[in-house]
Design a protein around this ligand. Structure first.
Ligand code: FO1
Length: 314
């Protein structure tokens, strides 16, 4: 069994690699829900949808979120009415949010809805939200101390604002979703996908029980750095690390994960920092980590699983 802790795009690509080199029935992804938001009365779970759509082969690769071949009729009509259209919801994507919202209103858990949507879309791995309880990432802006929701920060403000602190509202009261702790416990290797360590994996690691369980088996927990050459491949991970006083490099990522992971996989451009990563107490594996297509993702997945097996002999 393999468990993968996942955020959005980087994680979806890592999972697409893992499903090529393992039996999908042996793979469980635990997905961040800190990005979730309610807009137009609809419950939207962006990272769950990014992972589901990608593994279903229906994601829009270029845009990085939402569905391929999407149309925007509803959003255009909403804009004509003077409605809020800053968060773009495609016509087919809206069906997902309508379905999820209706099911939740009928009393279904986010886990149940996530499993049904994945099955419906032909996704063969097990997808679990990190929790069925509400956990919401919010960020305090450095300029004026205002606290904004994740999607306000990421989309409406285009994450082009400095942040002084990040919060995971509800995390302390949340419980891991059914199967989450067991998936981590039973896994031969736990993969921390190359997602934003602050706002994508941060909420997941803040769910009570998760970090402690990882710590107890850290030698077979393998993380892949989302920072390559001191920069994030996509999104604000490097800037957030720097704004929070951490090093925006593989060393900063190593320091964040040192307690819960026994190994950090870094890209070849960061080979010169392998010693500094090892000094943080993690094994450092140097390999190509930029996944343009499925073949690089599969190759990286092999490296990660080999690192996990190596850890099991320690
Ligand atoms: N990201 C954007 O930059 N602009 C958008 O208009 C946008 C809409 C959107 C709708 C549904 C969805 O599932 C994701 C969406 N995203 C959008 C991405 C979203 O902000 C994610 O939280 C990020 O990808 C970070 O994980």
């Amino acid at each position: 069994m393999i468990a993968a802790l996942a955020g959005g795009v980087g994680a979806a690509r890592m999972l697409r690699g893992l499903v090529q080199v393992t039996d999908p029935a042996e793979l469980t992804a635990v997905v961040n829900t800190g990005d979730d938001t309610v807009l137009h009365g609809l419950h939207i779970s962006p990272d769950i949808d990014t992972v589901t759509y990608t593994l279903a082969g229906r994601n829009d690769e270029a845009r990085g979120w939402g569905l391929a071949g999407e149309t925007w009729t509803v959003m255009a009509a909403l804009e004509d009415l003077g409605g809020d259209a800053w968060f773009q919801l495609g016509d087919r994507d809206l069906a997902t949010h309508l379905y999820r919202t209706q099911r939740l209103a009928e009393g279904a858990t986010l886990s149940a809805v996530t499993a049904d949507l994945a099955a419906r879309m032909g996704v063969r791995i097990r997808l679990l939200p990190m929790s069925d309880d509400p956990v919401r990432t919010s960020l305090v802006l450095a300029a004026d101390g205002r606290r904004v929701g994740f999607q306000d920060y990421f989309v409406r403000l285009g994450h082009a604002v400095a942040v002084s602190s990040v919060h995971f509202e509800g995390a302390a009261e949340s419980r891991p979703a059914p199967g989450v702790l067991e998936a981590i416990e039973d896994a031969e290797t736990v993969v921390i996908c190359p997602s934003n360590p602050v706002v994508s994996l941060g909420p997941l690691l803040a769910v009570p029980g998760v970090a402690g369980l990882l710590r107890s088996r850290r030698s077979t927990v393998v993380a892949v750095s989302p920072i390559v050459g001191g920069a994030a491949l996509k999104g604000p991970a490097d800037r957030l690390l720097a704004e929070l006083g951490e090093e925006p490099s593989v060393v900063g990522v190593a320091r964040r994960y040192a307690e819960i992971a026994g190994c950090l996989v870094v890209d070849e451009v960061d080979a010169d920092l392998a010693g500094a990563v090892a000094d943080c107490g993690l094994r450092c594996v140097v390999a190509p980590t930029v996944m343009h297509g499925p073949s690089e993702a599969a190759a990286l997945a092999e490296v990660v699983l080999a690192a996990g097996r190596e850890g099991s002999t320690r």
